[in-house]
Design a protein around this ligand. Structure first.
Ligand code: V47
Length: 392
């Protein structure tokens, strides 16, 4: 594509005056050859919103079951039936034990996601929240994607609102952003036709926001979607945000291809990852945060993304399964000290937050309470693989 600098300057002007970008602007930014110029524009907005602050939290994941009736082509985690090899379902006691094992850690959030299991009662999902709250009443439970909430509503004969109210009573604190994939019907039909549609996903979040819950939103990119469909996805999120204001953060999720039906597709490159963060920051002027989920893109690209519009690195994570079963080579966890050091090295200020973005600790150069950070030792990062597309 030619370097249409006048058109780029026009878009930059819109961004500086907080004029929302349209579909054509988004697609143009995806094609504009000067990646660093797109990144700098996104960084401008990031710094206007958050200065140098870079948020993270201390969390861990529980995936109580990977049994799932949906046959999503990109998924390496799910097993169709309880009898399938490597299928598992944790007992409520095993779920409690996951937290029991970490009672000495300063965890503030547990992120809980399941497959769509056809054989469990609704009580199971409520008990899962209840036992965790019993053990640590102060911990925030970010649980069950909109796809799960919609599935519960259909399976147990309730409205989205009834499902959410019962889960809130059991301890639900907010909704994670998973399951959005790509909203375009063409892609959803080929990729994940057995689960909630785009409208249903958005309807669950609309209801959650009306009930006072905050939530996150995601976009799975790098499979069979076009760049136009990515931008359309962002615009649909932006429209709901204009209505409710309930989304906290947008998380682009880079496709990982091992162990799933899309294995023949190349994974997104580092350039695509950085550009997608930047375009997300520029299109979604009304969503406060852009999160790079370091588990997926690798620690090194995550660090660079902090200059391409990203202001949040998720958390310490621990026990991540969905990406590691799809071939992610990132570590299973980072410590608080690791996160702080990589943020410092990127020239930013680390801010430990809770799930709702209340500040718990800000890096003023002193060590985290109870943790020694030797800033003289450069953060070494971890090996991650970026596979380039095969050129024909
Ligand atoms: O819904 C599954 C995606 C999501 C693959 O809300 C894949 O704070 C790439 O939503 N390659 C789950 N992506 C993860 C998620 C998430 C992660 C971190 C933070 C938050 C948050 C949410 O991962 C799924 C799906 O969209 N996914 N398989 C794959 N092979």
């Amino acid at each position: 594509m030619i370097r249409d600098t006048r058109r780029f300057a026009n878009i930059a002007d819109k961004v500086r005056h907080e004029v929302p970008l349209d579909q054509d602007d988004g697609v143009f930014l995806y094609h504009y050859p000067d990646l660093l110029a797109v990144g700098a524009l996104a960084n401008d907005r990031r710094e206007r919103l958050h200065g140098d602050s870079t948020f993270f939290n201390v969390n861990f994941h529980i995936n109580p079951t990977n049994v799932c009736e949906a046959d999503c082509k990109f998924c390496s985690f799910a097993r169709l039936t309880p009898e399938s090899p490597a299928a598992y379902t944790m007992s409520i006691d095993q779920i409690r034990q996951k937290l029991q094992d970490r009672l000495d850690q300063p965890v503030t959030e547990i992120h809980i996601v399941n497959g769509l299991h056809g054989g469990l009662p609704f009580e199971y999902y409520k008990d899962c929240l209840r036992v965790l709250k019993q053990l640590r009443p102060d911990v925030h439970l970010k649980a069950y994607t909109a796809v799960e909430i919609h599935y519960f509503a259909e399976k147990y004969g309730m409205s989205h609102e009834q499902v959410l109210r019962e889960l809130i009573d059991a301890g639900l604190g907010s909704l994670p952003g998973g399951g959005a994939e790509i909203f375009a019907e063409r892609v959803r039909h080929k990729m994940c036709k057995d689960k909630a549609s785009a409208e249903q996903w958005l309807a669950v979040h609309r209801t959650a926001h009306r009930l006072g819950l905050r939530s996150n939103c995601t976009m799975l990119y790098g499979t069979i979607e076009t760049l136009e469909e990515r931008v359309d996805h962002m615009l649909r999120l932006r429209a709901l945000q204009a209505e409710t204001g309930g989304f906290q953060t947008f998380i682009p999720l880079a496709f990982h291809h091992e162990g799933n039906d899309f294995a023949r597709l190349p994974e997104p490159t580092g350039v695509d990852n950085l550009r997608t963060y930047a375009v997300g920051r520029l299109m979604l002027h009304n969503i406060p945060h852009i999160k790079a989920y370091w588990i997926m893109i690798g620690v090194k690209i995550a660090q660079v993304s902090l200059s391409f519009g990203v202001d949040d690195l998720d958390g310490t994570v621990q026990e991540e399964k969905i990406y590691h079963m799809a071939g992610a080579e990132t570590p299973q966890a980072m410590t608080r000290a690791d996160l702080v050091r990589l943020i410092r090295e990127a020239g930013r200020t680390a801010v430990e937050r809770d799930t709702l973005y209340n500040t718990r600790w800000t890096d003023d150069g002193a060590a985290l309470p109870g943790i020694r950070i030797d800033a003289s030792v450069p953060f070494s990062g971890h090996h991650t693989r970026v596979q380039l597309p095969v050129l024909s």
